[in-house]
Design a protein around this ligand. Structure first.
Ligand code: AVI
Length: 331
């Protein structure tokens, strides 16, 4: 963990209430090797973490405001309707660890009810996180805020500045759905291990529902999700030095009922040759690059997955259409 990247200004002698730490990010060579391996694989793939450059994070925020994208809105309804029960179950004075904090908006809406002792925001998109935390600190000047720039999907490493009492992991938005179920168990098991004896988890998951609703959520008529998907190619151009022409790639998203997941791909709209320093890949027209899976669950299957990862689901709240579940677990 490197020293504070950008401590907030504070009065001489006062304790800083906002600190931003940045973990050792993987060396660019490792990122390039990972991307090149994905591009030359028989089924080409780009890991979904490359969606979240600065523009990608903004496009994702726009997706969450779309009427077709149900997870965010439905989860917000559950929080609003059950705020008292959630606060009663979780309790106050936690070390509130927000995984994939983004603009920190979801967590901030709970501060009134949960009154955390410390707020720890972890996100891979450090610049976006810095801006969000600076705004948050102006709104909550007395809250102890710690930002951590980290790719926590590869394993969460919490620095000593994170409180070790009453750790509450907050993982909303069905981000768990972007892991395959076996990877999700490994990830949640690791969280359990770094939570301590009194760890808690508050996690949101998108549920299986009508296919038309699911398909519309990932292929909206304004094309915001298409822009989010295609923007990944610009990010890869910057990191790997590829010469992707975004205009040659079409957004494809569909629900696969057998695997209970949405798949997102980019499809070549003509024959395309992509080159980068040390590599080349030819794509025939219609060939695809797999960019994301988003798994959907039944509540009971998800509870089994949590148990397999060492967590005890204690409460589950659903919206009235059973489109989304919020689960509170103890360690
Ligand atoms: C971040 N994650 C939960 C989103 C999802 O629904 O799987 C990412 C996303 N991809 C397309 N739209 C949203």
């Amino acid at each position: 963990m490197s020293p504070p990247a950008n401590p907030a200004p504070h009065a001489a002698g006062a304790t800083p209430r906002l600190r931003l730490l940045q973990s050792e990010l993987p060396p660019v060579q490792a990122l390039r090797a990972e991307l090149a391996a994905g591009l030359v694989a028989p089924q080409a793939a780009i890991p979904p973490k490359y969606f979240y450059d600065d523009l990608g994070s903004r496009l994702f925020a726009a997706i969450t405001a779309l009427p077709e994208y149900t997870p965010t809105r439905t989860e917000a309804q559950i929080f609003a309707r059950h705020a008292g029960d959630i606060a009663g179950a979780v309790g106050t004075a936690t070390t509130f660890i927000d995984l994939g904090a983004g603009d920190c908006g979801k967590a901030a809406r709970l501060f009134g009810a949960l009154r955390p002792r410390q707020y720890v925001a972890v996100d891979i998109s450090v610049d976006f996180l810095r801006t969000a935390l600076q705004c948050l600190q102006r709104e909550h000047p007395d809250l102890d805020i710690l930002g951590i720039g980290q790719d926590f999907a590869r394993g969460l490493a919490l620095p000593g500045a994170v409180g070790d009492r009453r750790r509450l992991f907050f993982y909303p938005g069905s981000s768990i759905g972007n892991f395959a179920p076996d990877e999700a168990i490994v990830f949640l098991h690791r969280l359990r291990a770094c939570g301590g004896a009194d760890a808690q988890l508050l996690i949101g998951v998108d549920l299986i529902k009508d296919e038309a609703v699911l398909n519309a959520a990932y292929d909206d008529p304004l094309g915001v999700t298409a822009a989010f998907n295609r923007n990944v190619l610009r990010h890869v151009n910057r990191v790997l030095g590829t010469d992707f022409d975004v205009a040659q790639w079409k957004h494809v998203a569909f629900y696969d009922a057998a695997q209970t997941r949405i798949e997102m791909h980019l499809e070549a709209s003509c024959d395309v040759t992509v080159r980068w320093p040390g590599g080349v890949r030819r794509f025939a027209r219609g060939e695809r690059i797999h960019t994301e899976n988003s798994y959907k669950y039944r509540p009971e299957t998800f509870a089994e997955l949590l148990r397999a990862a060492g967590w005890n689901p204690a409460h589950i709240w659903l919206d009235e259409r059973a489109w989304f579940a919020l689960v509170h677990c103890r360690g």
